[in-house]
Design a protein around this ligand. Sequence first.
Ligand code: NAD
Ligand code: IPM
Ligand code: MN
Length: 443
Amino acid sequence: MTWTASPSGIPSLLEMHSTWLKMCRSIAELNEVTQIYRSAAWRRMDRVVRYAESTIRTANSPASRRGAKGRGERRATAASGRPFACTITVAMKTYRIALLPGDGIGKEVIPQAVRVLETVAQDFQLTFEHFEWGCEYYLRAGRMMPDDGLDQLRPFDAILLGAIGHPTVPDHISLRDLLLRIRFGYDLYVNLRPIEVLPGLDPPLRNKTPQDVNMLFVRENSEGEYCGMGGRFKRGTPDEFAIQHAVFTRKGVERILRYAFEQARQRPRKRLASATKSNALNYSMVMWDELLKEVGRDYPDVAVSNYHVDALAARMVTHPETLDVVVASNLFADILTDLGGALQGSLGLAASANLNPTARLGPPMFEPVHGSAPDIEGRGVANPIAALWTAALMTEHLGEPSAAERIMSALRAVTGEGRIRTADLGGNNTTREFADAVIARLA
Ligand code: NAD
Ligand code: IPM
Ligand code: MN
């Protein structure tokens, strides 16, 4: 009996049922296995298979069983000599990754992230497809991605993006037509940005230890100051003016606050800081603050602080140890997380995940916080850590936490050792040499 992978890579309950039916001795046993299947997240397929194997072993004692684990499949043969004996072949989980290296150093760090990902992909498979969308594409095609770009990316399990932007194309075109189009088009309303200090990299703050800097930014990623509404009027005349709206919806604010509370609840310190500016932004941020109180009632176990964003920026520097999860609007968190990168030691370190935890309009997107760094592009000296950390976030969100942990341990080991460093961290190693060191640790 072979399970052929359905489009999602997972056999349907019906397929499973017919398999279990042949394998199980009794309806009770069948029900038990079915229940496990139902309760297991689809990503936990391995567990279901292992359970099935052990069920069969018990059911068919004495069972003769041989197992083989290859790169493409996992096979278990059970219960030879019994009428319901069968062989299960489960296709190894395969994740399809859309690669958008983009521009500048994006094209230098993403290939290194791919090498690292290929090294950790042992119990699962990754397939990569390249999309050469970005500013060079724009100069050829007159747009940053094809009109049906979102449809082309939709079937993938994740997008891994380098950076977008080049001096040859105005930033407000390149970023809005590609990066923001993906974030908004798929309603990836959470932008998760961990700010932590890796071993061996002293935070650039006087009198602070690496343990003092450990924040998780939850950035609103679908509306706010980035909604792109407004206009330019009376251009070129003395009366010229521009309007740039910010849109804050109850739905948008509530869902990001709720997500932030959930994150805070799962962390040991259970603290949430919210960035406001209600003293000046008398509509949007007043509503934000009201919703913070409203949603907070469901999380009595989370200690909430509300800071004006300017004071919060200062606090990140003066008292980083008081910050745990931080939730902020699109623009506020954009600015604060570059500061966060600096507190980690370099912009070349900060990673991010764009997610929609409640609906799938398209794949999640993973990208370093930094940009295309035209000032250092083409020299092979960019720090790949942000991209590798981002790759770890991606494997974690794909449902492969041990691969994510392996990448992070290797990263920590290499920075901890302090031998290989790129220029932003005071060393003279190349992007590739750093990745080589990480891969050597993983091997
Ligand atoms: P940037 O992040 O590209 O660079 C800021 C500074 O940090 C530069 O001095 C750069 O050399 C340095 N830096 C950044 N990443 C580094 C790395 N991995 N290793 C070593 N040094 C690194 O920000 P910017 O200069 O404001 O923007 C450049 C372009 O990138 C613009 O077009 C901007 O719109 C775009 N941008 C894109 C993204 C994205 O695609 N996610 C993010 C930010 C900026
Ligand atoms: C980031 C970037 C983007 C943002 C830009 C390039 C539009 O700065 O991801 O932090 O502001 O979101
Ligand atoms: Mn930014």
